[in-house]
Design a protein around this ligand. Sequence first.
Ligand SMILES: Cc1cc2nc3c(=O)[nH]c(=O)nc-3n(C[C@H](O)[C@H](O)[C@H](O)COP(=O)(O)O)c2cc1C
Length: 332
Amino acid sequence: MSLTYESHGHAALHLARAASLAPSPHNSQPWSFVEEGHDQGFQLHLDDARRMPLTDPGGREAVIACGAALFNVRLAVRRMGFRPAVDLLPDPGHPTCLARVGYGIHAPATCEEARLAAVMPQRHTHRGPFTDGPVPDPVLDELRAAALAEGIALQLVDEPETLRLLAGLVRVGEEAHRTDIRHAAELRRYVGPYGIPAQACRNHPDGTLLVGRDYLRQAPWRYVRRPERWSPRTGTVALLTSRHDSRQDWLRSGQALQRLLLHAAGHQVMAAFHTQPLELPALRTRIRTLITGGQYPQVILRLGRTTELWRTPRLRAADLLTRADASSRWWP
Ligand SMILES: Cc1cc2nc3c(=O)[nH]c(=O)nc-3n(C[C@H](O)[C@H](O)[C@H](O)COP(=O)(O)O)c2cc1C
């Protein structure tokens, strides 16, 4: 059982706000938080009611988003001067409790941690062509190392044949979504003041080599660009892959995703997501066998620089936070 108080501890609110800045599929924000009394700990829960039933029936993408939120919580705890003590999936009896973060020993944040925490509010998702060419190699090396630090591989797709193959599979996935009326209706629900602002989708989804999600199928006012073949404005294409495909792997993938996105944002590099084929089991298997050498593809990204900035709103952190009753340990 849990109690919702009028006010929360400052530390818990700070962590909930940091978590809420994470990316999530269509800004669905499929998370909630529990504050354990007297700064004992902070729990991250999957809010299954905000998972998209058609796009993400198994909850893989929702858990990845929660993993990204968890990375922000870890970083915020470091910024407060403590080492986070993280327990993934701490209670098998309560599978929606994805992580518990306790406050470990006191240790000031490093310069790099402070830098990553500072860019947290600046990171945002891009849609459409980038302004520049591919991301410089030293930055890519840094992003690869960031993902690897979470046990996840960042595979660059720069060989033209493989890039064409991946672009084709993204297109097949996107076409399947566009022609499915129920799926299109599910997507439409996420465009607007509480999901993704329409302005953030104004670039035509077919304007890059990897086609984008068609959030505004009927909107007459969006920019219309011809589909490009390979163009430097596609940016750098990359996949996050894991060795296995359990919920733990999804949580690790989410943490790796956020870690690399923050490193990228520190270099003014933003990401566009193209996860459509990973939502269809047959296409995901094809990517796994033909492109990622048997590793499980978790996220498909384009990375590059952009001058466009559209902020997506977030639910109020205080509304997502409850306080654990003293007699209960994990659950609200
Ligand atoms: C697992 C996952 C899949 C996503 N898939 C897409 C996608 O296919 N197309 C897209 O435009 N954005 C995608 N996004 C990005 C979200 O739309 C974005 O994070 C959300 O709208 C919040 O905006 P922000 O990242 O700018 O804060 C995805 C995010 C996650 C975590």
